[in-house]
Design a protein around this ligand. Structure first.
Ligand code: NAP
Length: 244
């Protein structure tokens, strides 16, 4: 099947994506920021249980230089890069009037610049191969906006524009680029919200339940697999009807 890179795969949605792609038969490069994250090693173990190769590559994806070095190492380890999933992301929520410049810049760097870094370096390898699948994890906040998330929604809206531009640039080389916009998915990121915020999200969700990381991973698997071959430049919302 080839090799897949999943950024921020030490936990949450990234972990579920890594496991699902391993189940599909891809060798997996698990990226996360901290080598101290034992869970990344545990994710690698669980991937290997599917009979594929899996290794951890620790790097801060907001750093251009670290991404360049990591992508070279991954290519050397696996002999190519067939799927890139830009999943790493953070929140630093707050109302615009009170948001610090630091919290604005940090979210843009981790959620948006990282997508440029990784698409640039992996895209070069994929162009040489004349094939590849890139899946960028955006958010419903990037499509519809969200109060208290001006930094986050800016970064996730940018990811959608970047996915469409890259789809146009890379299409002639057989590379697809799509974005997924999840709604409320149960992970450490959403655990941090207040009970009030969680209740509001639930009331706005047509299916009246939160999504699971595995439900996002299922769509990644589809886009990375043979049935997703003619889909590019699209945004797929996985939100239980949060935005209808
Ligand atoms: P999560 O549980 O917080 O996991 C994100 C992972 O990314 C963490 O392991 C984190 O490491 C890692 N990471 C953070 N900064 C990084 C960096 N600079 N370089 C490499 N790795 C980094 O989050 P999640 O809920 O699974 O979210 C995954 C993606 O889905 C994010 O892009 C998020 O914006 C998006 N999303 C989530 C939801 C949701 O409801 N959960 C909804 C819409 C979109 P540390 O923990 O060490 O920082």
């Amino acid at each position: 099947m080839g090799a897949a890179i999943v950024t921020g795969a030490g936990q949450g949605i990234g972990e579920a994506i890594a496991l699902r792609l391993a189940q599909d038969g891809f060798d997996i490069a698990i990226n996360d920021i901290s080598a101290a994250l034992e869970s990344a090693q545990a994710v690698a173990e669980k991937c290997r249980a599917h009979g594929v190769k899996a290794e951890c590559f620790f790097a801060d994806v907001s750093s251009y230089d670290e991404c360049e070095k990591m992508v070279k190492e991954i290519e050397k380890t696996f002999g190519g890069i067939d799927v890139l999933v830009n999943n790493a992301g953070i929140t630093r929520d707050g109302l615009m009037a009170r948001m610090s410049e630091e919290n604005y810049d940090k979210v843009i760097a981790v959620n948006q610049k990282s997508v440029f870094n990784m698409m640039k370096f992996c895209g070069t390898t994929m162009m040489r191969q004349r094939s590849g699948r890139i899946i960028n994890i955006s958010s419903v906040a990037g499509v519809h906006g969200n109060m208290g998330q001006i930094n986050y929604s800016a970064s996730k809206a940018a990811v959608i524009g970047m996915s469409k531009s890259a789809a146009k640039e890379l299409g002639r080389r057989g590379i697809t680029v799509n974005a997924i916009a999840p709604g409320f998915i149960s992970t450490a990121m959403t655990d941090a919200l207040t009970d009030e915020q969680k209740k509001t999200m639930l009331e706005l969700t047509a299916l009246r339940r939160y999504g699971t990381p595995q439900e996002v991973a299922g769509t990644v698997s589809f886009l990375a697999g043979k049935d997703g071959a003619y889909i590019t430049g699209q945004v797929i919302e996985i939100s239980g009807g949060l935005t209808i």
